[in-house]
Design a protein around this ligand. Sequence first.
Ligand code: PLP
Length: 401
Amino acid sequence: METPGVILHPPFKYMRTPPSLLPEKEFRSHAPGYWKNKKIAPEDWNSAAWQLRNRITTLAQLEEHIELCEEERAGVILSGNKLAMAITPHYFNLIDGDDPECPIRRQVIPRIEETWEDPDEMADPCGEDSHMPVPGLVHRYPDRVLFLVTDRCASYCRYCTRSRVVSGVGEQELHTDYEAVFRYLEKHDEVRDVLLSGGDPLLFSDGKLEGILKRLRSIPHIEFIRIGSRVPIFLPQRITPELCQMLAKYHPLWMSVHTNHPRELTTEVKAGLERLANHGIPLGNQSVLLRGVNDDADVMKSLVQKLLMCRVRPYYLYQCDLIQGSSHLRASVNTGVEIIEQLRGHTTGYGVPQFVIDAPGGGGKVPVNPDYVLLRDEQRTLIRNFEGRTFEYPEPAMVRA
Ligand SMILES: *Cc1c(COP(=O)(O)O)cnc(C)c1O
């Protein structure tokens, strides 16, 4: 039933951009890119070990390839005592050296703004340290835990929520006590879901990762295991048939990957994600809303549509945590809400992530949604749709009486 004549909400602009015109909608390979004069053998380029050995970690290596701005030069020099810089050649190739505003470089090249002090920012914005019953295990929610298995990643995101412990140069160290974690999980039969994260669990060798999975699977009350990883994006070479076959022995095993911009979905990344999916691993994506990276509805629409093509379901869009040194990367909450509004109804429902704020200080993830309910009482619910038209849903007569 449409309520005629009342427009309680301004109509929203349709996003009529044809899919092919969305930003960087096509899948492409960026290799060999900056390495083209180095004549790297394909078996080297395609090896995860080679990619890790040849990561960009110094100012000199960066400047060999691209021209930095002053803010970046100063940022790189100072990054060594906060969060290390490391960028795999695969991911580095996504950087447009001619574009100082490149959405890829903002994610991995430090800037001087990281040293800015902001009284709202924290070293442990999600209050994880205070929810650690044993070192390396965060138990905040009733039935699931976050198991921080390592402090290393293939590349370091400049807005890392765990920069206090990740990369090995910060103030704190991650002292995960594996035996204590397993004993805790054995004793706590309310825990049915274990999320392996870090750092990045997929940096472990197949054997080491399998040791953890096997041990978790020996605990009968653990039903659900998932891995949070950005390796499929930073280091798709790691997603080998052997790794996938090993993971498939520990089902139900799910994976949450982390992409923020459609350019990150290259042909190599797509092949890795498809391989994981072919081994029965359901895939979700977590994005962080970042200023100058993906704070734009067309960019996000392109990203979520490409994810669906890779059989990845967009899961969460995070408001950027109040991590120290992130002010230049954080977008407004309003921007996040508007992006969701411009996705919901305008593209495939499977492509619309849940926008969340991880409550500062340790309240956990809280959903933040556009308002579609204009009014609700015992009689009816007044709603508006994605076009801004309003409708009324009457309560069942028995409830109304
Ligand atoms: C995000 C998170 C989880 C998993 O939450 P879901 O909403 O189930 O994805 C579990 N523990 C901690 C501490 C987390 O931050």
